[in-house]
Design a protein around this ligand. Structure first.
Ligand code: ADP
Length: 741
């Protein structure tokens, strides 16, 4: 073989081959050697020391462990871990042979085998954790640098091999914040020999460590254990400050919604009296001047209520609590009633009002009646407000239709003052009002269009405005309405029918506010109901002992005994035989569902006028508890959700839900046991485990309740917790029973 051939063989060898001088400097190497360490050209390494391809501490180890052997025997082979050009570990087999001139021949290849001691040591050194492995006799088998540094051990890791672990621990004890506790948990964990991950340990200097313990069991025999410590001080500090910030934000959000719901209660309660008394006054014989005064009181009170409602709506939107309900509506009837409400205003201004609803629009559609009404009153109300002469037209047309939906265009056109080009883009901004004319400005809050737009967005629709200054404005709302597929009918009735059903009913009115009691009593007496009164929950219980009632109307916030506590006692004594309707100044829908969850048959929100109270009572006496409707709604949501998952097979979906709920109720039996024992931690763990299932079934209404239970920033009493948990279990049981049919 010529020397050229020899050289070519070395150049093309699969293994890395290199020649080093007596100082460990690369003199020559083949391509495979350079490539093993990620270098394209041998020139990048030739001339460098071998230490160039090792981490400094690893190079120290080679000098310390390998070179003495090499000098003694003339060769060494084994596994090493180098570092590639892009800083990745290179696991390799290396064979080193000493040359007579003091130089070295190095032959190496990649080590593709599974973990070896060398790799383990490398891993331990680079894991970023402090690790110690001891054998079954508490002798240290492996320990890394970080461990020595963390516990201020003045020795090198390799010098600790074989040392007694317990002795080392005793030496390190003063470093811990609570040495006795450390000793106790150390023994307890080691005695139990169960893996423990993430146990928090505190050092005296404030460092927070997370300790993992892993027993090493081979062939059912205990062979030692691994202790690993991670410094999580920074993480914890960050977590704590994030949690603090979150708690502060939650607390301020809570304070805000608490303030709003209190304010709403404080304002709505006297408003109930003002609106109620003005209404009662209008029923009496009045001379024209008195009638004028009463009309003005009613108008002003209505306006004030409108502003309060707008502000509450805005805060609902901000709190993400604005929900769109789904019920069967008749759009034609809603438009007629909106027209009737606004008629006095159009007549007063001498404006013409026409409304046309296209014939092909279905009589029954799914929508949120209250919100559709609110949108129409807002838009048509604006048209009237900003128009002095001419006409207002409201048109509803069908623009598109499929098997599930009708897409409607609701267009309101006026011949009023119009909106300038500059302002048109801003009319949906909160508090924006273009008009400087005090007559128009004083009549609103500038929130109407902002709220209307959000409501239409939530319904999946769009609103646009076209306007020309001095000529008029056209508002177009395109909203999808779901079709009603079952044969639920809107029962038409007249006010006499309502009165006939309510007359003669024995009603117990429980309300602490004297004025409100008076207004409600007058309204109910006008409906010819038989009214008895109580000032608080306790008095109500006395009354219930003495007489029988068809219905209890119960205020919630009352001194001596509040409405909720009274309801619980009524339920205990009389079961479901006495229906109780809550009278609240509730600002949020969630509060209304909360009342229904608590067991109230319905929830009537104050302020309420006689006409609406009459309709609500009629609905109650005719159709029974609103709870039924409430459960139907939850059922519908769940069915729609699972139906989608089941690919549209309704029977399958219903079966699936029954099965899931059964599972859920079954595992919740465990929950009830923990509640009996007041073991809140266990109850919470179960809730945490089951919430995914609850959500996957689609019981979305409980998100708020679950996060309230899980929210540690607000302390809760035992009875509050029991109430929250039992609301959930009760609902799940009811749903299970309903879906099993
Ligand atoms: P508000 O009516 O309470 O002032 P809105 O949010 O409903 O608040 O309306 C915001 C502003 O948009 C009004 O103040 C008015 O300047 C303008 N605007 C709304 N509708 C009309 C309309 N039909 N004609 C003229 N201007 C209108």
């Amino acid at each position: 073989m010529t020397s050229n051939k020899q050289l070519a063989a070395i150049q093309n060898a699969f293994d890395g081959i290199a020649l080093l001088d007596e100082n460990g400097i690369y003199q020559f190497m083949n391509k495979a050697h350079a490539q093993l360490f990620g270098y394209d050209s041998v020139d990048e390494l030739v001339g460098q020391s071998w230490k160039f391809i090792y981490a400094p501490e690893y190079a120290d180890r080679i000098e310390h462990d390998v070179f003495p052997m090499l000098n003694l025997k003339g060769y060494w082979s084994g596994e090493t871990i180098g570092i590639s050009k892009d800083k990745k570990p290179v696991l390799q087999y290396v064979s080193l042979t000493k040359l007579p001139d003091g130089g070295l021949i190095c032959i190496c290849r990649e080590n593709l085998n599974s973990i070896t001691a060398a790799k383990l040591q490398y891993l331990m050194a680079n894991l970023g954790k402090s690790i110690l492995v001891e054998d079954e006799y508490h002798k240290i088998v492996m320990v890394n640098n970080q461990f020595c540094e963390l516990f201020k051990i003045p020795s090198k890791p390799q010098d600790l091999i074989g040392a007694d672990c317990l002795e080392a621990l005793c030496k390190a004890l003063p470093l811990f914040k609570d040495p006795t506790l450390v000793m106790e948990t150390f023994s307890a964990v080691a005695d139990k020999r169960d893996t423990v991950i993430g146990h928090e340990v505190l050092l005296a200097d404030g460092t927070i460590l997370e300790r993992d313990y892993v027993p090493i069991i081979i062939d059912n025999t205990f062979k030692g254990q691994l202790w690993s410590y991670t410094d999580v001080t920074q993480n914890r500090q960050l977590q704590r400050s994030l949690l603090d910030a979150k708690n502060r934000a939650v607390a301020s959000e809570k304070a805000k919604s608490g303030f709003l719901s209190n304010m709403s209660h404080e304002i709505r309660t006297p408003m109930n009296a003002i609106i109620g008394f003005a209404e009662q006054l209008s029923f009496t014989a009045l001379n024209p001047e008195q009638a004028f005064f009463v009309n003005n009181i009613t108008d002003a009170a209505g306006g004030l209520l409108g502003v309060i409602n707008d502000i509450l709506d805005l805060s609902r939107i901000e709190a993400g609590k604005m929900n769109i309900e789904k019920e069967v509506i008749n759009l034609r009837q809603i438009i007629i009633s909106v027209e009737n409400i606004l008629k006095p205003k159009t007549e007063e201004k001498g404006l013409q009002f026409t409304s046309v609803v296209a014939d092909d629009i279905k009589d029954r559609l799914f929508a949120d009646e209250v919100r559709i009404r609110q949108i129409l009153i807002n838009i048509v109300g604006n048209a009237i407000k900003f128009t002095e002469t001419g006409a207002i037209n409201l048109m509803v047309d069908l623009t598109e239709e499929n098997d599930h939906k009708q897409f409607l265009a609701i267009v309101c056109k006026d011949s009023g003052i119009g909106i300038s080009n500059d302002s048109i883009a801003r009319v949906f901004d909160e508090f924006f009002q273009e008009s400087h004319d005090s007559d128009h400005r004083s009549n609103g809050s500038g929130l109407g269009l902002a709220i209307t737009k959000t409501l239409i967005d939530l319904m999946g629709g769009v609103i646009t405005i076209c306007s020309e200054k001095g000529l008029g404005t056209t508002v177009t709302m395109k909203i999808p309405f779901e079709l009603v597929t079952d044969d639920e009918l809107i029962i038409e009735h007249n006010p006499n029918e309502e009165l006939n059903l309510i007359a003669g009913k024995q009603i117990l009115l429980v309300e602490d506010n004297k004025l409100n009691r008076l207004v409600f009593k007058m309204m109910l007496s006008n409906m010819k109901a038989d009214v008895d009164e109580a000032e608080n929950g306790l008095e109500a219980l006395d009354k219930l002992r003495e007489s029988t009632y068809d219905l209890v109307l119960m205020d919630i916030q009352m001194p001596v005994m509040d409405g909720t506590s009274a309801l619980q006692i009524i339920k205990k004594i009389y079961g479901d035989s006495i229906p109780v309707i809550a009278l609240t100044a509730a600002a949020f829908n969630s509060e209304v569902s909360h009342m229904l969850n608590l067991g109230f048959s319905d929830c009537i929100t104050k302020p309420i006028d006689q006409k609406n109270l009459q309709t609500r009572l009629y609905q109650f006496f005719k159709n029974g508890s609103a709870k039924e409707k409430y459960y139907q709604k939850i059922e519908m949501e769940i069915l729609a959700n699972i139906n989608e998952m089941a690919g549209g097979d309704v029977t399958q979906a219903s079966k699936l839900i029954g099965y899931l709920l059964e599972e859920l109720v079954f595992s919740l039996a465990e929950w009830e046991k923990s509640l009996e024992k007041r073991d809140w931690n266990a109850a919470r763990t179960i809730l945490h485990r089951e919430k995914v299932m609850i959500k996957s079934i689609g019981i979305t209404g409980f998100d708020g309740l679950i996060s309230e239970v899980e929210d540690d920033s607000v302390p809760k009493t035992d009875s509050e917790l029991i109430l929250m948990y039992s609301q959930l279990t009760d609902l799940l049981k009811i749903l299970k029973a309903r879906f099993s049919h």
